[in-house]
Design a binder for this molecule. Structure first.
Ligand code: FAD
Ligand code: NAI
Length: 467
Protein backbone atom coordinates (compact mmCIF):
# COMPACT_ATOMS: atom_id res chain seq x y z
CA UNK A 1 0.00 0.00 0.00
CA UNK A 2 1.32 3.46 -0.83
CA UNK A 3 2.00 6.11 1.82
CA UNK A 4 0.37 9.53 1.50
CA UNK A 5 1.84 12.95 2.24
CA UNK A 6 0.81 16.56 1.95
CA UNK A 7 4.05 17.31 0.08
CA UNK A 8 6.68 15.16 -1.58
CA UNK A 9 9.96 16.85 -2.51
CA UNK A 10 12.13 15.15 -5.15
CA UNK A 11 15.83 15.94 -4.69
CA UNK A 12 17.62 16.84 -1.46
CA UNK A 13 19.93 19.65 -2.62
CA UNK A 14 19.73 23.12 -1.03
CA UNK A 15 16.45 23.76 -2.85
CA UNK A 16 14.81 20.48 -1.88
CA UNK A 17 15.96 20.02 1.70
CA UNK A 18 15.35 23.66 2.68
CA UNK A 19 11.93 23.58 1.00
CA UNK A 20 11.10 20.35 2.86
CA UNK A 21 12.11 21.87 6.21
CA UNK A 22 9.93 24.94 5.62
CA UNK A 23 6.96 22.72 4.62
CA UNK A 24 7.42 20.68 7.81
CA UNK A 25 7.74 23.86 9.92
CA UNK A 26 4.40 24.96 8.49
CA UNK A 27 2.76 21.74 9.60
CA UNK A 28 2.69 19.80 6.34
CA UNK A 29 3.30 16.04 6.36
CA UNK A 30 6.44 16.01 4.22
CA UNK A 31 8.62 13.43 2.48
CA UNK A 32 11.84 13.85 0.51
CA UNK A 33 13.21 11.52 -2.17
CA UNK A 34 16.94 11.34 -2.90
CA UNK A 35 18.59 8.92 -5.29
CA UNK A 36 22.01 9.00 -3.60
CA UNK A 37 22.82 7.61 -0.15
CA UNK A 38 23.76 11.02 1.21
CA UNK A 39 21.53 14.09 1.35
CA UNK A 40 22.49 17.63 0.32
CA UNK A 41 22.64 17.34 -3.47
CA UNK A 42 25.31 18.86 -5.68
CA UNK A 43 25.99 21.73 -3.29
CA UNK A 44 26.98 19.68 -0.26
CA UNK A 45 28.43 16.60 -1.98
CA UNK A 46 30.18 17.76 -5.16
CA UNK A 47 29.72 21.53 -5.34
CA UNK A 48 29.82 24.52 -2.99
CA UNK A 49 31.08 22.80 0.13
CA UNK A 50 33.90 20.56 -1.15
CA UNK A 51 35.06 23.28 -3.56
CA UNK A 52 35.25 25.82 -0.74
CA UNK A 53 37.06 23.28 1.46
CA UNK A 54 39.66 22.78 -1.32
CA UNK A 55 39.89 26.53 -1.87
CA UNK A 56 40.51 27.09 1.82
CA UNK A 57 43.21 24.41 2.15
CA UNK A 58 44.96 25.49 -1.03
CA UNK A 59 44.81 29.14 0.06
CA UNK A 60 46.52 28.26 3.35
CA UNK A 61 49.23 26.35 1.48
CA UNK A 62 49.74 29.20 -0.96
CA UNK A 63 50.00 31.73 1.85
CA UNK A 64 52.56 29.59 3.69
CA UNK A 65 54.58 29.16 0.52
CA UNK A 66 54.44 32.71 -0.80
CA UNK A 67 53.38 35.13 1.91
CA UNK A 68 54.56 33.81 5.28
CA UNK A 69 58.07 35.25 4.83
CA UNK A 70 56.64 38.77 4.39
CA UNK A 71 55.01 38.41 7.80
CA UNK A 72 58.33 37.35 9.32
CA UNK A 73 57.47 33.64 9.43
CA UNK A 74 60.16 31.22 8.25
CA UNK A 75 58.55 27.97 7.19
CA UNK A 76 61.45 25.98 5.78
CA UNK A 77 60.54 23.57 2.98
CA UNK A 78 56.80 22.95 2.88
CA UNK A 79 55.48 19.45 2.31
CA UNK A 80 52.15 18.98 0.61
CA UNK A 81 50.00 15.93 1.43
CA UNK A 82 47.27 16.04 -1.20
CA UNK A 83 45.73 12.76 -0.02
CA UNK A 84 45.30 14.21 3.47
CA UNK A 85 43.90 17.43 2.02
CA UNK A 86 41.44 15.38 0.00
CA UNK A 87 40.43 13.32 3.02
CA UNK A 88 39.79 16.49 5.05
CA UNK A 89 37.46 17.64 2.29
CA UNK A 90 35.70 14.25 2.40
CA UNK A 91 35.27 14.58 6.19
CA UNK A 92 33.79 18.08 5.84
CA UNK A 93 31.29 16.70 3.32
CA UNK A 94 30.47 13.72 5.53
CA UNK A 95 29.82 16.02 8.51
CA UNK A 96 27.65 18.46 6.65
CA UNK A 97 25.56 15.88 4.78
CA UNK A 98 25.07 14.04 8.11
CA UNK A 99 23.80 17.38 9.44
CA UNK A 100 21.07 17.42 6.78
CA UNK A 101 20.09 13.85 7.74
CA UNK A 102 19.74 15.11 11.34
CA UNK A 103 17.62 18.08 10.20
CA UNK A 104 15.25 15.73 8.36
CA UNK A 105 14.80 13.68 11.51
CA UNK A 106 14.38 16.74 13.70
CA UNK A 107 11.65 18.08 11.42
CA UNK A 108 9.97 14.65 11.08
CA UNK A 109 10.50 14.58 7.33
CA UNK A 110 10.37 11.07 5.92
CA UNK A 111 13.40 10.32 3.73
CA UNK A 112 13.14 7.85 0.82
CA UNK A 113 16.43 6.87 -0.82
CA UNK A 114 16.11 5.84 -4.46
CA UNK A 115 15.39 7.26 -7.89
CA UNK A 116 12.00 8.98 -7.95
CA UNK A 117 9.80 8.89 -11.01
CA UNK A 118 6.23 10.06 -11.60
CA UNK A 119 3.92 7.13 -12.29
CA UNK A 120 1.00 9.53 -12.63
CA UNK A 121 0.21 13.07 -11.55
CA UNK A 122 -0.17 12.11 -7.86
CA UNK A 123 2.14 9.11 -7.50
CA UNK A 124 5.92 8.85 -7.38
CA UNK A 125 7.64 5.49 -7.58
CA UNK A 126 10.92 5.35 -5.65
CA UNK A 127 13.34 2.71 -6.88
CA UNK A 128 15.86 2.12 -4.13
CA UNK A 129 16.72 -1.07 -2.25
CA UNK A 130 12.98 -1.74 -2.45
CA UNK A 131 10.44 -0.19 -4.75
CA UNK A 132 7.85 1.98 -3.01
CA UNK A 133 5.01 4.16 -4.20
CA UNK A 134 4.25 7.44 -2.48
CA UNK A 135 1.34 9.77 -3.06
CA UNK A 136 0.91 13.45 -2.30
CA UNK A 137 -1.40 16.39 -2.84
CA UNK A 138 1.54 18.60 -3.86
CA UNK A 139 5.02 17.94 -5.25
CA UNK A 140 8.19 20.01 -5.42
CA UNK A 141 10.69 18.97 -8.07
CA UNK A 142 14.23 19.96 -7.00
CA UNK A 143 16.33 17.60 -9.08
CA UNK A 144 19.11 20.08 -9.81
CA UNK A 145 21.69 19.93 -12.57
CA UNK A 146 24.63 17.96 -13.97
CA UNK A 147 27.77 19.15 -15.79
CA UNK A 148 27.53 19.57 -19.56
CA UNK A 149 30.33 18.83 -21.97
CA UNK A 150 31.23 19.66 -25.53
CA UNK A 151 29.99 17.26 -28.22
CA UNK A 152 33.56 16.26 -29.13
CA UNK A 153 34.95 16.03 -25.57
CA UNK A 154 34.20 12.69 -24.00
CA UNK A 155 34.44 12.92 -20.22
CA UNK A 156 36.48 9.82 -19.32
CA UNK A 157 36.47 10.80 -15.62
CA UNK A 158 40.22 10.09 -15.38
CA UNK A 159 42.06 12.72 -17.41
CA UNK A 160 39.21 14.53 -19.11
CA UNK A 161 37.15 15.50 -16.11
CA UNK A 162 34.36 17.66 -14.76
CA UNK A 163 34.24 19.42 -11.38
CA UNK A 164 32.93 16.21 -9.78
CA UNK A 165 36.16 14.32 -10.50
CA UNK A 166 38.40 17.38 -9.98
CA UNK A 167 37.12 17.59 -6.40
CA UNK A 168 38.38 14.05 -5.78
CA UNK A 169 41.85 14.29 -7.34
CA UNK A 170 44.59 12.90 -5.16
CA UNK A 171 47.51 14.37 -7.07
CA UNK A 172 48.42 17.82 -8.29
CA UNK A 173 48.27 17.95 -12.09
CA UNK A 174 51.43 19.11 -13.85
CA UNK A 175 49.48 21.06 -16.43
CA UNK A 176 45.72 21.37 -16.08
CA UNK A 177 43.93 22.72 -19.14
CA UNK A 178 40.65 24.31 -18.10
CA UNK A 179 37.96 24.73 -20.73
CA UNK A 180 35.73 27.61 -19.63
CA UNK A 181 36.75 30.77 -17.80
CA UNK A 182 33.53 30.80 -15.76
CA UNK A 183 32.99 30.21 -12.07
CA UNK A 184 34.00 26.55 -11.85
CA UNK A 185 36.99 26.91 -14.16
CA UNK A 186 38.43 29.79 -12.14
CA UNK A 187 37.67 28.43 -8.66
CA UNK A 188 39.02 24.93 -9.32
CA UNK A 189 41.77 26.26 -11.58
CA UNK A 190 42.86 28.41 -8.61
CA UNK A 191 42.92 25.39 -6.29
CA UNK A 192 45.38 23.45 -8.43
CA UNK A 193 47.38 26.50 -9.43
CA UNK A 194 47.97 27.30 -5.75
CA UNK A 195 49.06 23.72 -5.14
CA UNK A 196 51.69 24.02 -7.86
CA UNK A 197 50.02 23.03 -11.15
CA UNK A 198 50.45 25.01 -14.33
CA UNK A 199 46.91 26.09 -15.27
CA UNK A 200 45.81 27.26 -18.73
CA UNK A 201 42.29 28.55 -19.22
CA UNK A 202 40.71 28.50 -22.67
CA UNK A 203 37.59 30.69 -22.87
CA UNK A 204 35.28 31.37 -25.79
CA UNK A 205 34.29 34.88 -24.69
CA UNK A 206 36.58 37.93 -24.72
CA UNK A 207 36.50 38.11 -20.92
CA UNK A 208 36.55 35.66 -18.05
CA UNK A 209 33.36 35.59 -15.90
CA UNK A 210 31.76 37.34 -18.84
CA UNK A 211 28.39 38.06 -17.23
CA UNK A 212 29.88 40.03 -14.35
CA UNK A 213 30.86 43.70 -14.28
CA UNK A 214 33.74 44.29 -16.71
CA UNK A 215 35.93 46.09 -14.14
CA UNK A 216 35.68 43.03 -11.88
CA UNK A 217 36.50 40.52 -14.61
CA UNK A 218 39.48 42.55 -15.82
CA UNK A 219 40.80 43.01 -12.28
CA UNK A 220 40.41 39.32 -11.43
CA UNK A 221 42.14 38.27 -14.64
CA UNK A 222 45.09 40.54 -13.86
CA UNK A 223 45.36 39.15 -10.33
CA UNK A 224 45.19 35.51 -11.43
CA UNK A 225 47.68 36.17 -14.22
CA UNK A 226 50.08 37.66 -11.71
CA UNK A 227 49.85 34.36 -9.80
CA UNK A 228 50.79 32.50 -12.98
CA UNK A 229 47.45 31.42 -14.47
CA UNK A 230 47.52 31.51 -18.28
CA UNK A 231 44.57 32.75 -20.32
CA UNK A 232 43.58 32.05 -23.91
CA UNK A 233 40.49 34.19 -24.30
CA UNK A 234 38.35 34.58 -27.41
CA UNK A 235 39.16 30.98 -28.35
CA UNK A 236 36.64 28.21 -29.07
CA UNK A 237 37.80 24.69 -28.24
CA UNK A 238 37.43 22.38 -31.22
CA UNK A 239 39.05 19.12 -30.15
CA UNK A 240 39.92 17.28 -26.95
CA UNK A 241 41.84 14.01 -27.22
CA UNK A 242 43.55 11.74 -24.77
CA UNK A 243 46.82 9.94 -25.47
CA UNK A 244 47.76 7.77 -22.49
CA UNK A 245 48.38 10.16 -19.60
CA UNK A 246 48.32 13.18 -21.90
CA UNK A 247 45.40 15.32 -23.00
CA UNK A 248 45.60 17.48 -26.11
CA UNK A 249 43.24 20.41 -26.48
CA UNK A 250 42.89 22.30 -29.74
CA UNK A 251 41.13 25.65 -30.03
CA UNK A 252 40.59 28.29 -32.71
CA UNK A 253 40.96 32.02 -32.18
CA UNK A 254 37.62 33.69 -32.93
CA UNK A 255 39.41 36.70 -34.43
CA UNK A 256 41.54 35.05 -37.13
CA UNK A 257 40.93 31.30 -36.91
CA UNK A 258 44.51 30.65 -35.79
CA UNK A 259 44.88 27.26 -34.11
CA UNK A 260 46.05 26.89 -30.51
CA UNK A 261 47.32 23.49 -29.35
CA UNK A 262 47.81 22.78 -25.65
CA UNK A 263 49.13 19.60 -24.08
CA UNK A 264 48.48 18.77 -20.44
CA UNK A 265 47.96 15.85 -18.11
CA UNK A 266 44.41 16.81 -17.09
CA UNK A 267 41.62 18.69 -18.84
CA UNK A 268 38.86 20.16 -16.69
CA UNK A 269 35.74 20.74 -18.76
CA UNK A 270 33.79 23.58 -17.10
CA UNK A 271 31.44 24.87 -19.78
CA UNK A 272 28.23 25.02 -17.75
CA UNK A 273 25.60 22.71 -16.28
CA UNK A 274 22.32 21.32 -17.58
CA UNK A 275 19.03 20.86 -15.73
CA UNK A 276 18.66 17.25 -14.61
CA UNK A 277 15.34 15.53 -15.31
CA UNK A 278 16.51 12.10 -16.51
CA UNK A 279 14.05 9.30 -15.73
CA UNK A 280 11.74 11.63 -13.79
CA UNK A 281 8.65 10.58 -15.75
CA UNK A 282 7.53 14.18 -16.29
CA UNK A 283 5.37 13.10 -19.22
CA UNK A 284 3.30 10.88 -16.89
CA UNK A 285 2.49 13.89 -14.72
CA UNK A 286 1.83 16.44 -17.47
CA UNK A 287 4.89 18.56 -16.64
CA UNK A 288 6.33 20.46 -19.61
CA UNK A 289 9.92 21.49 -20.27
CA UNK A 290 11.14 24.57 -22.13
CA UNK A 291 13.41 24.68 -25.19
CA UNK A 292 16.53 24.56 -22.97
CA UNK A 293 15.53 21.40 -21.10
CA UNK A 294 14.48 23.26 -17.95
CA UNK A 295 11.16 22.57 -16.26
CA UNK A 296 8.80 25.33 -17.34
CA UNK A 297 7.36 27.33 -14.45
CA UNK A 298 5.18 30.41 -14.00
CA UNK A 299 5.81 33.31 -11.59
CA UNK A 300 4.72 31.04 -8.72
CA UNK A 301 7.19 28.30 -9.70
CA UNK A 302 4.19 26.20 -10.65
CA UNK A 303 4.65 23.78 -13.54
CA UNK A 304 2.13 23.00 -16.26
CA UNK A 305 0.61 20.55 -13.72
CA UNK A 306 -0.70 23.09 -11.17
CA UNK A 307 -0.09 20.93 -8.05
CA UNK A 308 3.54 20.29 -9.05
CA UNK A 309 6.13 23.00 -8.40
CA UNK A 310 9.79 23.12 -9.49
CA UNK A 311 12.74 25.03 -8.00
CA UNK A 312 16.51 25.49 -8.14
CA UNK A 313 18.87 24.53 -10.94
CA UNK A 314 16.17 22.57 -12.78
CA UNK A 315 14.24 25.79 -13.55
CA UNK A 316 15.23 29.10 -15.13
CA UNK A 317 17.53 31.57 -13.38
CA UNK A 318 20.96 31.53 -11.80
CA UNK A 319 22.28 28.10 -10.85
CA UNK A 320 23.11 29.03 -7.28
CA UNK A 321 22.48 27.29 -3.98
CA UNK A 322 21.01 30.35 -2.26
CA UNK A 323 18.65 30.97 -5.19
CA UNK A 324 17.45 27.35 -4.86
CA UNK A 325 16.98 27.79 -1.10
CA UNK A 326 14.91 30.96 -1.51
CA UNK A 327 12.72 29.16 -4.03
CA UNK A 328 12.25 26.20 -1.65
CA UNK A 329 11.00 28.53 1.10
CA UNK A 330 8.90 30.48 -1.43
CA UNK A 331 6.99 27.38 -2.59
CA UNK A 332 6.48 26.07 0.96
CA UNK A 333 4.99 29.41 2.03
CA UNK A 334 2.87 29.59 -1.09
CA UNK A 335 1.47 26.14 -0.23
CA UNK A 336 0.62 27.57 3.19
CA UNK A 337 -1.48 30.26 1.47
CA UNK A 338 1.03 33.02 2.23
CA UNK A 339 2.19 35.66 -0.24
CA UNK A 340 5.97 35.18 -0.41
CA UNK A 341 8.21 37.19 -2.71
CA UNK A 342 11.66 36.74 -4.27
CA UNK A 343 13.50 39.67 -5.81
CA UNK A 344 15.72 37.95 -8.38
CA UNK A 345 17.62 41.21 -8.90
CA UNK A 346 18.90 40.84 -5.34
CA UNK A 347 20.36 37.34 -5.62
CA UNK A 348 24.08 37.96 -5.09
CA UNK A 349 26.79 36.17 -7.06
CA UNK A 350 30.15 35.26 -5.56
CA UNK A 351 33.35 33.75 -6.94
CA UNK A 352 35.68 32.33 -4.31
CA UNK A 353 38.97 32.97 -6.05
CA UNK A 354 41.60 35.12 -4.35
CA UNK A 355 40.84 37.97 -4.56
CA UNK A 356 37.17 37.06 -4.25
CA UNK A 357 34.55 38.59 -6.52
CA UNK A 358 31.01 39.45 -5.45
CA UNK A 359 28.14 41.35 -6.97
CA UNK A 360 24.47 42.21 -6.59
CA UNK A 361 22.07 44.19 -8.74
CA UNK A 362 22.82 45.75 -12.10
CA UNK A 363 26.18 45.99 -13.83
CA UNK A 364 27.26 49.28 -15.46
CA UNK A 365 26.65 47.71 -18.86
CA UNK A 366 23.08 46.76 -17.92
CA UNK A 367 22.38 50.29 -16.69
CA UNK A 368 23.85 51.76 -19.89
CA UNK A 369 21.83 49.35 -22.05
CA UNK A 370 18.57 50.21 -20.26
CA UNK A 371 19.45 53.94 -20.31
CA UNK A 372 19.13 54.36 -16.54
CA UNK A 373 21.01 57.49 -15.41
CA UNK A 374 23.55 56.43 -12.80
CA UNK A 375 26.62 57.57 -10.92
CA UNK A 376 29.47 55.41 -9.75
CA UNK A 377 31.76 55.52 -6.73
CA UNK A 378 34.74 53.23 -6.12
CA UNK A 379 37.07 52.65 -3.23
CA UNK A 380 40.30 50.63 -3.56
CA UNK A 381 41.39 48.16 -0.85
CA UNK A 382 44.82 49.82 -1.21
CA UNK A 383 43.36 52.63 0.90
CA UNK A 384 41.81 50.33 3.53
CA UNK A 385 43.64 50.14 6.85
CA UNK A 386 42.33 46.62 7.52
CA UNK A 387 43.49 45.40 4.11
CA UNK A 388 46.90 47.02 4.57
CA UNK A 389 47.30 45.34 7.98
CA UNK A 390 46.81 41.96 6.30
CA UNK A 391 48.82 42.61 3.12
CA UNK A 392 45.57 42.03 1.21
CA UNK A 393 45.11 45.29 -0.64
CA UNK A 394 44.17 43.86 -4.05
CA UNK A 395 40.80 45.01 -5.43
CA UNK A 396 38.06 47.57 -4.98
CA UNK A 397 34.38 48.09 -4.23
CA UNK A 398 32.17 49.93 -6.70
CA UNK A 399 28.72 51.27 -5.87
CA UNK A 400 26.33 52.26 -8.65
CA UNK A 401 23.49 54.56 -7.65
CA UNK A 402 20.65 56.27 -9.50
CA UNK A 403 21.81 59.69 -10.64
CA UNK A 404 18.71 61.50 -9.40
CA UNK A 405 17.44 59.49 -6.43
CA UNK A 406 20.79 58.11 -5.15
CA UNK A 407 19.15 54.65 -4.72
CA UNK A 408 21.77 51.89 -4.91
CA UNK A 409 21.28 49.92 -8.13
CA UNK A 410 24.32 47.65 -8.14
CA UNK A 411 27.38 46.83 -6.05
CA UNK A 412 30.46 45.10 -7.48
CA UNK A 413 33.49 44.01 -5.54
CA UNK A 414 36.85 42.33 -6.01
CA UNK A 415 39.00 41.86 -2.95
CA UNK A 416 39.55 40.20 0.40
CA UNK A 417 36.45 38.61 2.01
CA UNK A 418 34.05 40.37 -0.34
CA UNK A 419 32.02 37.13 -0.35
CA UNK A 420 30.88 38.19 3.12
CA UNK A 421 30.74 41.95 2.54
CA UNK A 422 28.26 41.57 -0.32
CA UNK A 423 25.50 40.59 2.11
CA UNK A 424 25.56 44.12 3.55
CA UNK A 425 24.95 45.48 0.06
CA UNK A 426 22.04 43.04 -0.39
CA UNK A 427 20.46 44.19 2.89
CA UNK A 428 20.87 47.83 1.88
CA UNK A 429 19.29 47.22 -1.53
CA UNK A 430 16.47 45.12 -0.03
CA UNK A 431 15.52 48.20 2.00
CA UNK A 432 16.08 50.42 -1.05
CA UNK A 433 18.84 52.36 0.64
CA UNK A 434 20.47 55.34 -1.03
CA UNK A 435 24.27 55.44 -1.36
CA UNK A 436 24.23 58.20 1.24
CA UNK A 437 22.33 55.93 3.70
CA UNK A 438 25.16 53.38 3.58
CA UNK A 439 27.78 56.13 3.67
CA UNK A 440 26.26 57.49 6.89
CA UNK A 441 26.08 54.12 8.71
CA UNK A 442 28.83 53.64 11.30
CA UNK A 443 31.13 50.76 10.30
CA UNK A 444 33.51 49.20 12.80
CA UNK A 445 37.17 50.08 12.26
CA UNK A 446 39.32 48.56 10.99
CA UNK A 447 37.21 46.23 8.83
CA UNK A 448 37.17 45.28 5.18
CA UNK A 449 33.54 46.41 5.01
CA UNK A 450 34.53 50.03 5.63
CA UNK A 451 35.44 49.97 1.92
CA UNK A 452 31.72 49.62 1.14
CA UNK A 453 30.89 52.69 3.25
CA UNK A 454 33.66 54.63 1.48
CA UNK A 455 32.51 53.52 -1.99
CA UNK A 456 28.96 54.53 -1.07
CA UNK A 457 30.20 57.97 0.02
CA UNK A 458 32.10 58.24 -3.25
CA UNK A 459 28.94 57.35 -5.20
CA UNK A 460 26.56 59.59 -3.29
CA UNK A 461 28.56 62.81 -3.31
CA UNK A 462 32.12 62.05 -4.38
CA UNK A 463 33.18 62.38 -0.76
CA UNK A 464 35.08 59.26 0.28
CA UNK A 465 37.01 60.15 3.42
CA UNK A 466 40.15 58.05 3.10
CA UNK A 467 40.98 58.56 -0.51
P1 FAD B 1 21.10 19.96 -6.52
O1 FAD B 1 21.94 20.46 -5.45
O2 FAD B 1 21.74 19.58 -7.80
O3 FAD B 1 20.33 18.69 -5.91
C1 FAD B 1 19.48 17.91 -6.66
C2 FAD B 1 19.35 16.56 -5.98
O4 FAD B 1 18.30 15.84 -6.60
C3 FAD B 1 20.60 15.68 -6.12
O5 FAD B 1 20.99 15.20 -4.86
C4 FAD B 1 20.15 14.54 -7.03
O6 FAD B 1 20.78 13.31 -6.72
C5 FAD B 1 18.67 14.48 -6.71
N1 FAD B 1 17.86 13.87 -7.77
C6 FAD B 1 17.86 14.22 -9.10
N2 FAD B 1 16.95 13.49 -9.77
C7 FAD B 1 16.37 12.67 -8.84
C8 FAD B 1 15.35 11.68 -8.92
N3 FAD B 1 14.72 11.42 -10.06
N4 FAD B 1 15.03 11.02 -7.78
C9 FAD B 1 15.66 11.28 -6.60
N5 FAD B 1 16.60 12.23 -6.49
C10 FAD B 1 16.96 12.92 -7.59
N6 FAD B 1 26.38 27.62 -5.77
C11 FAD B 1 26.51 28.62 -4.87
O7 FAD B 1 25.54 29.32 -4.59
N7 FAD B 1 27.71 28.85 -4.25
C12 FAD B 1 28.80 28.12 -4.53
O8 FAD B 1 29.86 28.35 -3.96
C13 FAD B 1 28.70 27.07 -5.46
N8 FAD B 1 29.76 26.31 -5.77
C14 FAD B 1 29.63 25.29 -6.65
C15 FAD B 1 30.75 24.53 -6.97
C16 FAD B 1 30.66 23.50 -7.88
C17 FAD B 1 31.88 22.69 -8.21
C18 FAD B 1 29.40 23.20 -8.47
C19 FAD B 1 29.28 22.06 -9.43
C20 FAD B 1 28.27 23.95 -8.17
C21 FAD B 1 28.39 25.00 -7.27
N9 FAD B 1 27.31 25.81 -6.95
C22 FAD B 1 27.44 26.84 -6.07
C23 FAD B 1 25.99 25.59 -7.55
C24 FAD B 1 25.08 24.83 -6.56
O9 FAD B 1 25.70 23.62 -6.21
C25 FAD B 1 23.74 24.56 -7.20
O10 FAD B 1 23.18 25.77 -7.68
C26 FAD B 1 22.78 23.95 -6.19
O11 FAD B 1 23.28 22.75 -5.68
C27 FAD B 1 21.41 23.71 -6.81
O12 FAD B 1 20.57 23.18 -5.85
P2 FAD B 1 19.31 22.28 -6.24
O13 FAD B 1 18.64 21.96 -4.95
O14 FAD B 1 18.53 22.91 -7.31
O15 FAD B 1 19.91 20.94 -6.89
P1 NAI C 1 29.79 29.10 -16.47
O1 NAI C 1 28.58 29.33 -17.26
O2 NAI C 1 30.07 29.95 -15.28
O3 NAI C 1 31.08 29.19 -17.40
C1 NAI C 1 31.24 28.41 -18.55
C2 NAI C 1 32.21 29.12 -19.47
O4 NAI C 1 32.59 28.22 -20.50
C3 NAI C 1 31.60 30.35 -20.14
O5 NAI C 1 32.40 31.47 -19.86
C4 NAI C 1 31.59 29.97 -21.63
O6 NAI C 1 31.82 31.08 -22.46
C5 NAI C 1 32.74 28.96 -21.70
N1 NAI C 1 32.65 28.06 -22.86
C6 NAI C 1 31.56 27.39 -23.33
N2 NAI C 1 31.89 26.67 -24.43
C7 NAI C 1 33.21 26.87 -24.67
C8 NAI C 1 34.14 26.41 -25.66
N3 NAI C 1 33.78 25.57 -26.64
N4 NAI C 1 35.43 26.82 -25.61
C9 NAI C 1 35.81 27.68 -24.62
N5 NAI C 1 34.99 28.14 -23.66
C10 NAI C 1 33.71 27.74 -23.67
O7 NAI C 1 29.69 27.55 -16.04
P2 NAI C 1 30.54 26.69 -14.99
O8 NAI C 1 31.79 27.39 -14.62
O9 NAI C 1 30.60 25.33 -15.56
O10 NAI C 1 29.58 26.69 -13.73
C11 NAI C 1 28.26 26.12 -13.80
C12 NAI C 1 27.34 26.73 -12.80
O11 NAI C 1 27.72 26.38 -11.48
C13 NAI C 1 27.34 28.23 -12.89
O12 NAI C 1 26.12 28.60 -13.48
C14 NAI C 1 27.42 28.72 -11.51
O13 NAI C 1 26.27 29.45 -11.19
C15 NAI C 1 27.49 27.48 -10.62
N6 NAI C 1 28.64 27.64 -9.73
C16 NAI C 1 28.61 28.64 -8.81
C17 NAI C 1 29.69 28.87 -7.99
C18 NAI C 1 29.64 29.99 -7.04
O14 NAI C 1 28.58 30.53 -6.80
N7 NAI C 1 30.76 30.40 -6.46
C19 NAI C 1 30.89 28.04 -8.05
C20 NAI C 1 30.83 27.03 -9.07
C21 NAI C 1 29.72 26.85 -9.84
Amino acid sequence: MSQEFDVVVIGSGPGGYVGAIRCAQLGMKTAIVEKYNTLGGTCLNVGCIPSKAWLDSSERYHQMAHEAADHGIETGKLKLDVKKMSSRVAKVVEGITGGVQFLMKKNKIEVFHGHGSFKDANTVVVKGEKEVEIKAKKFIIATGSKPTSLPFAEIDKERIITSTEALKLEEVPKHMIVIGGGVIGLELGSVFQRLGAEVSVVEYAKDIIATMDKDCSKHLQRALKKDGMKFHLDHGVTEVTRKGKKVIVKAKANKDGKELVLEGDYCLVAVGRRPYTDGLGLENAGVKMDERGRIETNGHLQTSAPHIYAIGDVVKGAMLAHKAEEEGVFVAELLNNEKPHIDYNLIPGVIYTWPEVAAVGKTEQELKDSKVPYKSGSFPFMASGRAKASNESEGFIKVLAHKDTDEILGVHMVGPRVADIINEAVVAMEFRASAEDVGRICHAHPTYSEALKEAALAASDNRALNM
